[in-house]
Design a protein around this ligand. Sequence first.
Ligand code: TYD
Ligand code: MG
Length: 455
Amino acid sequence: MAKTTFTCNACGASHKKWAGKCEACGAWNTIVEEAGLSTGPAKKSLGAAKGRRVELSSLSSHDLPLKRVVSGLEEFDRVLGGGLVPASAILVGGDPGIGKSTLLLQVAAAFARRGVKSIYISGEEATSQIRMRAKRLGLSDAPVLLAAETNLRDILTTLDAERPEFVIIDSIQTMWADHVDSAPGSVSQVRATAHELTAFAKRRGISVVLVGHVTKEGQIAGPRVIEHMVDTVIYFEGERGHQFRILRAVKNRFGPADEIGVFEMTGAGLEQVTNPSALFLSERDAPASGSVVFAGIEGTRPVLVEIQALVAQSPLATPRRNVVGWDSGRLSMILAVLEARCGVGFAGMDVYLNIAGGMRISEPAADLAVAAALMSARQDQPLPVDTVVFGEISLSGALRPISQADARLKEAQKLGFSNAIAPQSIKAVSSANFAINKLSDLGDFIVEVFGEVKA
Ligand code: TYD
Ligand code: MG
């Protein structure tokens, strides 16, 4: 008998009864009724019937090395870990309108031009619309095969007959499997169609890209509910109003996670940005208080980014703490360390922190750069010119060592910087044209760089 359960469209958690708020992920109004999806224990046991004996092998068995197929779009290949692995399933998630369809049409065209048979299936646009976009992107000559279809059964039959190597499903939320009794975009449909498509891809040796819209309202299921099914999860992100777009691997069974690819949205589609540091710093104005250059690492690549802070007297009883591109909890921690360990208070002041260019940073190595930006803004005192900053701050106020200091310093030197402020414990030493100021404590940093602290 089909059992009714309640499922959260944002995270996929099951609940026994309907509630306004999902206890698992905290989202509101995302729980919907799902028919025929039982979460209870299976009614029937396996019984006495014998199964087939599974062949076991040793860890040292030799397999052929992974053969990867490259698209030639280097920023895309890098995020996959050096190209596409045959028979893999990739999820590309992102906000509506961020450029997923544009990117994947360009990728499909790049593969097709290299002789990889590619099919682009859209459930959102008519083929004439896709052709129009291709024309605008200058891709009309690429031998990509198109279809506008949402019926999964028909799609699988077509793929079975065509035998492509690369398929794009845009988007998974529009796909519809006729054996599941709920609307397209619901958790059960998204799960079932993603499962069928990935299983089919593995069986037939096809690489499939599933596009998933990130949804805030919870009316349709977000890409989170299928993250565990696929080999690679990539998010395409960026600020609206900014032309930079960052492709970020958050899970990759065939390569490093956290790798990023950087693109710029132009009138003729997405252009690759091969030297992101130069791009993120290109818009930097003259040295100003509150602006600090952080020497970061994104995946395997060093990237310099500008961190901006603004500190102003607040008219509010509870001053603002506003963060774009960084973790707000981490900002609170840095403010608390500044206050408790260094005696620098931010009470009664609004604090704004922004990572320039629509970039998002998650490295703790940015702590010192954030503290430097906050101090510089509070003191209205710019940092010495041509300086990069990195280092993790512990709760005691000590500056902790961070990884890959050499790569960070090399990138800074390459881009014309001549000073660095870093934790004591890094091995690199100053040279004739690059001075490294090594410090062991946040308090020392403040005294050395800013001198007297304003009340
Ligand atoms: P799209 O790829 O349709 O987004 P998604 O599939 O993630 O929903 O991108 C839509 C936006 O990109 C749209 O606002 C217009 C912009 N765009 C450009 O700026 N230049 C271009 O060449 C193209 C094709 C789109
Ligand atoms: Mg789209």
